[in-house]
Design a protein around this ligand. Structure first.
Ligand code: 3HC
Ligand code: NAI
Length: 703
């Protein structure tokens, strides 16, 4: 048929096979291949037709790289119509993941069978899209309106057992002989004269929907996915499925899909989809770099981070030993892990027997001899360089040759830690984010002497424990924390200049940040930043700098843990409330500093808080700390809850225009001083050349 689609007859069953690695995406060649095969099958002696895939998965969706480019014939709609109108039953045989357009192809088939391990799903929403090939019209017809809404607005894959229960598939087949079993299933259908079941012919049932159901859904989704439009459009499509004949509903779906494909939101989310995968790749490292095998891990320190990191490994079946200073600390560490698992079980997100299995994988010790056999150690003790060096010298003495020695330090010099051992090539940074068992980001810190195979192994381990990895070179705070300092600084400066805490946080939350920086400070504890600042010797001598944060700590207002910080908190609900006392204090301090407070727009708040991130990001790129601008975006999306619909700070700069960002930074420099607002040379250069960070990435990688 074509290079990527073949067709053969097997015992009077026509078998269409798609072979477009790695994930059989529906590229133009696949679409035209399937179309031709279906057309050919109509005139041969086949009695039924199977649609199946080679390789690791069934079709995992439309080819995302084609979005935003001129459409190429044939469109998916044409292919689906050919399948649905086939005079012989078409049966999808699913393995791996049938996702997005891939699952929608199966919904145009007359029957769907899948092996036990397969999953189906409509994850388009995660790309700022909606299912654009009939999914919004067909799923409610077979699985009901409420299920369809949940499935499409969350976008999570569904296991076959559940898929069978709700009618998304018709049959589970044994995966050992998938091809043979699919043919058998097809033959049975033929022998029993099974009808040509077209989902489009099913009468939709909206009778159980409460009045105002769709408006209510829209409201809830607007809260859950602040600032995103895809969820709203999905509701509109399902509403159309209930109220309109299917062809009209399909038209509405196409119209709204087109709107979303062109939206900045979807462009940002597609950018992150590819950036996340790109970030795991290390420039200059051969694909065939050998990997060290990691079957057992030790964590040094069972505090906030150590416990969470131990859970990450146990969750994927890797045994972990937690090493603590004494029995009491060890018991506390293991106790917290147990408590965390228990909460997950209580919430119904983990089965009790699964918890037991995971807990069995976590053991504890206070004796270094007991970790001599592990393949990887991750140190997570107090943030103190001397202590960390002492521990690495000990590890060097006991760990077997080839063990990877990692530190979870947030700020310390990984090279200095490596030098405390006789094997600096085995030392690397693995910077997890809190809570470590929840946050997706893993910043992998490459020391001066870190060996290539150590880096390649850590990247692979990161993927195994379901983290998104990004590589950083050594510098104070690595990529993420280094960039953050200007963000927090400006949030505080804005108070003196005229804002209330609620105004600063509100502007950033409306932009899509999960929590504004001042509320975040209250959550983390204002004393943490206060102590960290005291250790810094190079801060400008400026009474405005961190004035409000410092004063609040000195008043005993540490944030949520003391019931008040920038805000006051309801002792029971922890709801944050504006505090007139803080607002008066800000005004008083501004007066003392002779600052003329003024009206500040949300636009200025965004610029003052985000442009320092972008400027520092540009410095980080120029110094080679990050490999790519897109890696920085990945760090901010997965480590700092930057809104994915905005694509990360560097992508956001591209959206605003690098030149505009540069000019604004120059304006702030003239207004607020060089020590805070010195434009990065790279930013200046890109602005002058009218280039984006995306172009810079492309030029550097030679694409
Ligand atoms: N289009 C183009 N490329 C894709 C792709 C797609 N739909 N899905 C994956 N790829 C690429 C990845 O970019 C990656 O490329 P690389 O090797 O050059 O980095 C490669 O395939 C392998 O992908 P992963 O590293 O993600 O492989 P995994 O095995 O970890 O995961 C997967 C496989 C679960 C299928 C995952 O790739 C995935 O979730 N893909 C996206 C699925 C999706 O969102 N589908 C919906 C698309 S939109 C749509 O269908 C619209 C329709 O309604 C009209
Ligand atoms: P923590 O104070 O909660 O835990 C540290 C643990 O280390 C304690 O349980 C302590 O008993 C143990 N410990 C101290 N000395 C030890 C030794 N010699 N041997 C074995 N155990 C020892 O600290 P936290 O927050 O878990 O931080 C640990 C590391 O992780 C630090 O380097 C920190 O910078 C880093 N980090 C912290 C993040 C956070 O948000 N808390 C985020 C990312 C990294």
């Amino acid at each position: 048929m074509s290079e990527v689609v073949s067709y053969e007859l097997k015992d009077n069953i026509g078998v269409i096979s798609v072979n477009n690695p790695p994930v059989n995406a529906l590229a133009q060649s696949v679409r035209s291949g399937i179309l031709q095969a279906v057309q050919a099958s109509q005139n041969d002696e086949s009695k039924a037709i199977i649609l199946r895939c080679e390789g690791r998965t069934f079709i995992a969706g439309a080819d995302i790289t084609e979005f935003g480019k001129p459409p190429k014939e044939p469109g998916l709609t044409e292919v689906l119509a050919a399948i649905e109108n086939s005079s012989k039953p078409v049966i999808a045989a699913i393995h791996g993941t049938a996702l997005g357009g891939g699952f929608e192809v199966t919904l145009a088939c007359h029957y769907r069978c899948a092996i036990e391990t397969a999953k189906v799903g409509l994850p388009e929403v995660k790309l700022g899209l909606l299912p654009g090939a009939g999914g919004t019209q067909r799923v409610p017809r077979i699985a009901g309106v409420k299920f369809a809404l949940e499935m499409m607005t969350k976008g999570n894959p569904i296991a076959v057992g559940k898929a069978l229960d709700v009618g998304l598939i018709d049959q589970i087949i044994d995966g050992n002989e998938i091809n043979q079993n699919a043919v058998e299933y097809a033959k049975n259908l033929v022998e029993s004269s099974a009808p040509l079941k077209r989902i489009r012919d099913i009468e939709i049932n909206g009778s159980d929907l409460e009045s105002g159901f769709f408006d209510q859904a829209r409201k809830q989704l607007a809260k859950r996915a602040r600032g995103q439009i895809a969820q709203d459009r999905i509701v509109s499509c399902i509403e159309a499925a209930v109220n309109l004949p299917i062809d009209k509903g399909l038209e509405r779906e196409r119209e709204l899909f087109r709107e979303l494909v062109m939206s900045p939101e979807s462009a940002s989310m597609r950018h992150i989809f590819f950036s996340e995968r790109q970030a795991a790749k290390i420039e200059g490292l051969a694909k065939a770099t050998p990997l060290r095998s990691i079957n057992k891990v030790a964590i040094i320190g069972g505090g906030t981070m150590g416990g969470g990191i131990a859970m990450c490994f146990a969750n994927v079946g890797i045994p972990v030993v937690m090493l603590e200073v004494n029995d009491e600390a060890l018991e506390r560490g293991l106790g917290i892990v147990k408590k965390n698992y228990n909460i997950t079980v209580q919430k119904g997100r983990l089965a009790a027997d699964q918890m037991d299995k995971r807990l069995e994988l976590i053991s504890g010790t206070t004796n270094y001899e007991h970790i001599a056999d592990v393949d990887m150690v991750i140190e997570a003790v107090f943030e103190n360089l001397d202590l960390k060096k002492e521990i690495f010298t000990k590890l060097d003495g006991v760990c077997k040759p080839g063990a990877i020695l990692a530190t979870n330090t947030s700020y310390q010099d990984v090279d200095a830690i490596a030098e405390a051992t006789a094997r600096p090539e085995d030392v690397v940074g693995m910077h997890f984010f809190s809570p470590a068992n929840v946050m997706k980001l893993l910043e992998v810190v490459r020391g001066e002497k870190t060996a290539d195979d150590v880096l390649a192994t850590v990247m692979q381990v990161g993927k195994r424990i379901k983290k998104v990895c990004a590589l950083s070179r050594v510098c104070y705070g690595f990529i993420g924390n280094r960039m953050l300092s200007g963000y927090g600084r400006e949030a505080q400066m804005l108070l003196l200049d005229g804002c209330t805490p609620a105004q600063v946080d509100g502007a950033l939350e409306n932009f899509g940040m999960a929590m504004g920086p001042l509320a975040m400070g209250d959550l983390a504890g204002l004393d943490v930043g206060y102590k960290a600042r005291q250790a810094l010797t190079n801060l400008p001598d400026d009474p405005k700098l961190y004035r409000m944060g410092t004063l609040l700590v000195e008043m005993g207002r540490y944030g949520q843990k003391t019931g008040s910080g920038y805000y006051k908190y309801d002792p029971e609900t922890r709801k944050r409330m504006s505090d007139p006392e803080v607002e008066s204090l800000i005004v008083e301090e501004a007066e003392k500093l002779e600052i003329d407070r003024r009206e500040i727009s949300d636009e200025e708040i965004l610029a003052r808080c985000f442009y320092p991130l972008i400027n520092e990001g540009a410095k980080i790129l120029e110094e080679g700390i990050a490999q790519r601008a897109s890696d920085i975006d990945v760090v901010y999306i997965y480590g700092y809850a930057f809104p994915v619909a905005k694509g990360g700070p560097m992508h956001y700069a591209d959206t605003v225009g690098v030149k505009k960002v540069y000019e604004k930074i120059c304006e702030f420099r003239d207004r607020y001083g060089e020590e805070y607002w010195s434009p990065a040379p790279l930013l200046k250069r890109l602005a002058e050349e009218e280039k984006s960070f995306a172009q810079w990435d492309k030029e550097r990688s030679g694409v």
